[in-house]
Design a protein around this ligand. Structure first.
Ligand code: MLT
Length: 265
């Protein structure tokens, strides 16, 4: 379903019991809400699952291609307003985690609990910003398919390439289907995001942090640093997974998610 949210058409899907606790899944860059299908299937019997495509991604409109994480949080809050969800559990992977962390800082009253997966609170280092700049130049020159070929190399564990090549292909296709303008615009938004570390000790919402044991993009140290600062948070390592932990090991990921949701509902 597509509706105009915060001035732009965004694609979203609501599954499960509309009267139950809302669980909002926020995908990473440069993916789409399709990456959460295994989690939606796991939770929809007991919860109201909302997935959506972040502006510029999946089936949501690209618009002018000028984005900020702030704008993505505006979109998220406008979407849950539109759906009349007073507060929700936010489950964000990587960029989805950056969006959830900024929402926790800005609109804590709307966040019932948070699951931060393969994410971090620190802003980009200079080195990371330069890497984003190279990514922007590359996607403008070579297009989204070439960007996808490069990108997937860094996000999956070696065993995923070996045992689940169809998963790698699925994600490659999602990225290749994106507009180069939206990829470049999101890279700029990621490079310009604020550092949310300072606000972590003020988080009151129950928080679970998940990280793939081989995540090289947002590694265990970044997850542990958040865990040490967020009061009463829990941290779990997802075995046999890298950056795409929900896709690479959905069994363990879903088990942790369901236990956490039961505790916070
Ligand atoms: C993501 O998965 O959302 C991105 O890898 C995040 C990032 O590049 O910082």
């Amino acid at each position: 379903m597509k509706s105009t949210i915060n001035g732009t058409p965004l694609f979203y899907e609501v599954s499960g019991n509309p009267a139950a606790l809302p669980v909002v899944f926020i995908h990473g860059f440069p993916f789409s809400c399709e990456m959460w299908s295994g989690q939606v299937a796991a939770v929809q019997d007991q919860y109201c699952a909302l997935t959506y495509d972040v502006r510029g991604h999946g089936q949501s409109n690209v618009g002018d291609g000028q984005y900020t994480i702030e704008l993505f949080v505006d979109d998220l809050i406008a979407l849950i307003d539109y759906l009349k969800m007073e507060s929700a559990v936010l489950v964000g992977l990587s960029m989805g985690g950056y969006i959830a962390l900024r929402a926790l800082e800005r609109n804590p009253e709307r966040v019932r609990a948070a699951v931060l997966c393969d994410s971090r609170s620190e802003a980009d280092s200079n080195e990371a910003k330069l890497k984003r700049a190279a990514g922007i130049a590359s996607v403008k020159k070579h297009g989204a398919a070439a960007f996808a070929d490069q990108f997937v190399k860094g996000v999956f564990a070696a065993r995923t390439f070996e045992h689940k090549p169809e998963l790698v292909d699925r994600i490659r296709r999602v990225i290749a289907g994106m507009s180069p303008l939206a990829i470049a615009g999101t890279l700029l938004a990621l490079a310009a995001r604020t550092d949310t570390t300072e606000s972590l000790p003020r988080i009151k919402a129950p928080t679970m942090i998940l990280v793939g044991e081989q995540d090289a993009i947002t590694p265990f140290d970044a997850a542990r640093a958040m865990h040490q600062k967020i009061p009463n948070s829990e941290l779990h390592v997802i075995p046999r997974a890298a950056h795409m932990s929900n896709l690479e090991n959905p069994e363990v990921f879903n088990e942790k998610l369901l236990l956490f949701l039961r505790r916070v509902s």
